[in-house]
Design a protein around this ligand. Structure first.
Ligand code: NAD
Length: 372
């Protein structure tokens, strides 16, 4: 089995889909691995490090490949020369990049979207959304702290006391939990909210204060697979009021709220921003999905009413070494879990295969995509 590792071509993408560690493991399984020249550069991995573990490093690494690994979905033209029916394993952004998915189908490729990995216990080690969100939650707090003109921890000094920053995390999924933990470690006073009431306990267990709407219909915002659903109007109104009064007292706000396959919910309005103290900072982790914060712009510090608002179009790419290491392990865990020793290649089962497979035999076959 020939595995090709792509050099990412998307602007601002610093990650790589295989590291010397995972290349070595694929070779131990019996695969031949070819890495595109310079693929690891953005993540500080040299061609020599890949060669040292037995990879071929060359341009045109995809020629003859059975499996192509990427971080983002490759342009179909970057795939000429792959074997018929080759697997493309990457985050393919299937809803936004539907045209590209159709092209993969017409090229006879089998496209596997890693972000469609089911959220089940046995797939946790293959879950790229979790591994990347975790790092994003951390980075959001670090960036917010960097923009904040004050300190996070309380400090008692001879010259007087510096009070602790108040940080508020909106959306307590994987990224939000890490944001809470990071802000706590830096010494902030942390509170958090979500539409899923199950997060209350998680917030408390991290030493933060839950901020929740009580006694309103449509409160249980948990839908299929533990994801958020859209909330009732009554709930949205009550939440907006609660958040408004809370937000006015915050120095740092981190927003992480996403709804799969839909634009990110708007959580913070211009009026709410205006109620905050000048010098406060908002980091919008959902900015690339349309933003949780009114007026946030990807990759720009926007100053509104004296409040700094930032969000990156690709936050994991700001921590390329760690995000690549975890992403690469997710891909290895995925392919190796299904490795058929006799066939010398992975053979997917139905539960996971059907969830991640977008195209096969010239057709789009994924239910989530066909239903969209
Ligand atoms: P996500 O990135 O889809 O969304 C981030 C958070 O925003 C979620 O907690 C969501 O409830 C919240 N949110 C959505 N709309 C909101 C609103 N209007 N106001 C406030 N908050 C809002 O979430 P995620 O990090 O991918 O996690 C989703 C779920 O999947 C969680 O239950 C998580 O524990 C679960 N999960 C399971 C596995 C596994 O078992 N393999 C792995 C990762 C995550």
């Amino acid at each position: 089995l020939r595995i090709a590792v792509l050099k990412e071509r998307a602007s601002g993408e610093t990650r790589v889909s295989a590291t010397p560690e995972t290349v070595k493991k694929f070779i131990a399984l019996g695969a031949v691995v070819a890495v595109e020249k310079g693929a690891g550069e953005g993540a500080s991995i040299s061609d020599a490090e890949y060669e040292a573990v037995g990879a071929e490093v060359k341009s045109g690494a995809v020629t003859g490949a059975d499996v192509v690994l990427g971080v983002q979905g490759p342009e179909p033209k970057a795939l000429s020369g792959v074997r018929a029916g080759a697997w493309i394993v990457a985050t393919l952004d299937p809803f936004k990049e539907r045209g590209r998915v159709d092209e993969y189908a017409s090229l006879g490729l089998e496209a596997l979207a890693m972000e469609f990995m089911p959220r089940i216990t046995r797939a946790q080690s293959m879950d790229v959304l979790s591994s990347q969100s975790n790092l994003s939650g951390y980075k959001a707090v670090i960036e917010a702290a960097n923009l904040y003109g004050r300190a996070f921890p309380m400090m008692m000094t001879a010259a007087g006391t510096v009070s602790a920053a108040k940080a508020f995390v909106m959306g307590v999924g994987v990224a939000g939990l890490q944001a809470i933990a990071t802000a706590r470690r830096l010494g902030a006073q942390v509170s958090a909210t979500d539409v899923r009431s199950a997060t209350k306990e998680q917030i408390q267990s991290l030493g933060a204060k839950p901020i929740f709407v009580e006694n309103v219909a449509g409160i249980e915002g948990e839908g299929a697979g533990g994801y958020a659903t859209e909330m009732s109007e009554e709930y949205q109104k009550a939440q907006a009021e609660l958040v408004s009064s809370h937000i006015a007292k915050q120095d740092i706000v981190i927003t992480t709220a996403l709804i799969p396959g839909r634009p990110a919910p708007r959580l913070i309005s211009d009026a709410q921003i205006a109620s905050m103290k000048p010098g406060s900072v908002i980091f919008d982790l959902a900015v690339a999905q349309g933003g949780n914060v009114e007026g946030s712009v990807p990759d720009q510090v926007v100053v509104k009413h004296g409040v700094k608002i930032l969000g990156y179009s690709n936050t994991p790419a700001k921590l390329p070494a760690d995000s690549s290491a975890l992403y690469a392990r997710n891909l290895y865990n995925f392919l190796s879990a299904f490795w058929d020793k006799e066939k010398g290649r992975p053979v997917l089962d139905e539960e996971i295969g059907d969830a991640v497979r977008l195209t096969r035999d010239g057709k789009v076959v994924n239910e989530r995509l066909l239903g969209a």
